[in-house]
Design a protein. Structure first.
Length: 166
C-alpha cells in the first residue's frame, strides 16, 4: 500500500494542547519518570500534527524543533501518550503504526484507500446508533469501537488498475 494521505479535521487548539500536556505530565509522574524537555517537544509536535502520523514523520518534525531528540525518545514518548489515552496507535492495512490524537476529538471512523493510501475520517451517528442497538440486543457493553472501510477512493477508481507481471 502507498504512503497514506490523510484528510482530517483540526489541529489541537492551544488550550486543548495545554490540558493534554498536563495529562501526560501526571502520567509521567505516576510512573516515577523524569520530566524532560525532549518529551515535551515530542508531545507538542504530536498535538500540533494533523491526521495519522507515522513515527518517522514525527521524528523529522521534532528534529526541526530539537535536533538532538533520538528516535527512541520519540517512540517511548508515543508509547506514554498511548498509555494515558492521548494517542491512538493505528495500523491501516500495513505494518507501519501511525498515531492520531485521541483526546479532545469526537469519535470518528475511517475510509482507507488500498491503492493510494488516502485515509478519510468520517462521523456517522446512524452507524453509532446501530452499533449501540446491536450491543444492547446481545447484552454487550462496548468499551470502544472502530470502523475501518477499505477500498479505492474516487481518484483511484478513475485510474485503471495496473496489471502485475506473473
Amino acid at each position: 500500500m502507498a504512503q497514506p494521505r490523510t484528510r482530517t479535521r483540526e489541529r489541537a487548539p492551544a488550550e486543548v494542547a495545554e490540558r493534554l500536556r498536563g495529562v501526560l505530565a501526571r502520567h509521567i509522574e505516576r510512573l516515577g519518570l523524569k520530566h524532560s524537555r525532549q518529551r515535551e517537544v515530542v508531545a507538542d509536535v504530536f498535538f500540533a500534527a494533523e491526521g495519522h502520523v507515522a513515527v518517522e514523520v514525527l521524528v523529522q518534525e521534532v528534529r526541526r524543533v530539537e535536533p538532538r531528540v533520538s528516535v527512541a525518545t520519540v517512540y517511548r514518548t508515543m508509547k506514554l501518550l498511548a498509555e494515558c489515552g492521548l494517542a491512538m496507535p493505528r495500523q491501516f492495512g500495513g505494518a507501519q503504526t501511525r498515531y492520531e490524537r485521541s483526546a479532545g476529538r469526537p469519535h470518528h471512523d475511517h475510509l482507507i484507500c488500498t491503492a493510494c493510501g488516502e485515509i478519510v475520517e468520517f462521523e456517522s451517528e446512524r452507524i453509532a446508533e446501530l452499533q449501540r442497538r446491536v450491543a444492547r440486543r446481545h447484552g454487550f457493553e462496548v468499551d470502544r469501537r472502530r470502523v475501518e472501510l477499505y477500498g479505492r477512493c474516487a481518484a483511484c477508481r478513475r485510474t485503471p488498475k495496473k496489471e502485475t507481471a506473473a
